[in-house]
Design a protein around this ligand. Structure first.
Ligand SMILES: Nc1ncnc2c1ncn2[C@@H]1O[C@H](COP(=O)(O)OP(=O)(O)OP(=O)(O)O)[C@@H](O)[C@H]1O
Length: 245
C-alpha cells in the first residue's frame, strides 16, 4: 500500500467505479492538499460527480482507496461514513434541494442543529451566512417563496455554516446567472480560504476553474492532465476576508 502524503487532507488511489456496469471512473488517483481549492473539470459524463461522491464517502468505490487525514474511508461502514460526512464534509449539489417545511435560515442552520448546537446560536450563524450571500432578507421565507438562485444561495450557506474540513461542490453555480455565479463563487472561495476549508469543485466552466489553485481534468473517467493556476490576488484571499464562522 502507498502511504498518503502528509500535506494531503484527502487522497485517493486508483479509483474505479461503474454505474450498472457502465464505467464512470477508471483508475483515478488524486491528492487534495489542506486548504487547497481544487477544480475537477471535464465534459459532461467524464466522471466528475462520481469522483466527488467517492471522495466524500457517498459511494464506496468498486476498486481503489480513499483516505481522509490518514483514515481509510473506503473500508468504513455506512454509519461511520455518514458521521464523517455530517461532521467534516460539506456538499453542494447543482440543484438546490431544501426542506420545504423549513424557512431559509432553518435550512441553512440544519448542519449545526444536527450536531447539537443550540437553536439561538445556530440561527445567529445561519443569519450571518445568509447576509454574506445577500439573501438576509429571505431568512424567514420558505423555499417555495424563493427564486431558484436564492434557493441555491441558501444551499451554499448551509454547506459553509458548519465550517467543514472539506467542501465538495458539484457544479455549485449551475442554476445561477453569470453575474450571480461570480458573486456566489467569490463568496464561497473567499470563505473557504479565510477558514482554511479545502474545496473540491466540479465544473465544466473555465471561469469557475480560474478561481481554483489547481485543476484536474477528467475525460471518459480518466485523468488527462493537471493545470496549475497562480493564486488569486491577496485582495480576494485571506487578507481581505472578514468572514467569521
Ligand atoms: N446513476 C447512474 N446510472 C447509470 N449511469 C450513470 C449514473 N450516474 C452517472 N452515470 C454515468 O457515469 C458516467 C459519469 O457520470 P458523472 O455524472 O460522474 O459525470 P460528470 O462529469 O459529473 O457529468 P455531468 O457534468 O453531466 O454531471 C456517465 O457516462 C454517466 O452517464
Amino acid at each position: 500500500m502507498v502511504a498518503q502524503p502528509d500535506s494531503d487532507v484527502l487522497w485517493a488511489r486508483a479509483l474505479t467505479h461503474a454505474h450498472n456496469g457502465s464505467p464512470a471512473l477508471r483508475g483515478v488517483s488524486i491528492g487534495v492538499r489542506e486548504g487547497e481549492i481544487l477544480a475537477v473539470s471535464g465534459p459532461r459524463g467524464s466522471g466528475k460527480t462520481t469522483l466527488l461522491r467517492c471522495l466524500s464517502g457517498q459511494f464506496r468505490p468498486q476498486e481503489g482507496e480513499v483516505w481522509f487525514n490518514s483514515t481509510p474511508v473506503h473500508t468504513m461502514g455506512p454509519l461511520t461514513r455518514e458521521r464523517l460526512r455530517r461532521d467534516r464534509f460539506g456538499w453542494i449539489d447543482p440543484e438546490p434541494v431544501l426542506v420545504p417545511e423549513l424557512t431559509a435560515w432553518e435550512n441553512a442552520a440544519l448542519p449545526l442543529m444536527l450536531r447539537g448546537t443550540g437553536r439561538r446560536a445556530a440561527k445567529k450563524t445561519a443569519l450571518e451566512w445568509l447576509e454574506r450571500l445577500d439573501i438576509g432578507g429571505c431568512a424567514r421565507k420558505r423555499p417555495y417563496a424563493l427564486l431558484h438562485s436564492e434557493r441555491q444561495r441558501v444551499v451554499v450557506a448551509r454547506a459553509l455554516v458548519g465550517a467543514p474540513t472539506v467542501l465538495f461542490a458539484d457544479e455549485p453555480t449551475a442554476p445561477l446567472h453569470r453575474a450571480e455565479r461570480a458573486h456566489v463563487l467569490r463568496t464561497l472561495t473567499t470563505a473557504a480560504r479565510s477558514h482554511g476549508i479545502t474545496v473540491v469543485l466540479a465544473t465544466h466552466d473555465a471561469d469557475t476553474a480560474e478561481l481554483a489553485d489547481r485543476t484536474v481534468t477528467l475525460l471518459d473517467g480518466r485523468r488527462v492532465n493537471t493545470v496549475h493556476l497562480p493564486h488569486p490576488p491577496e485582495a480576494e484571499g485571506r487578507a481581505a476576508c472578514s468572514l467569521s464562522v
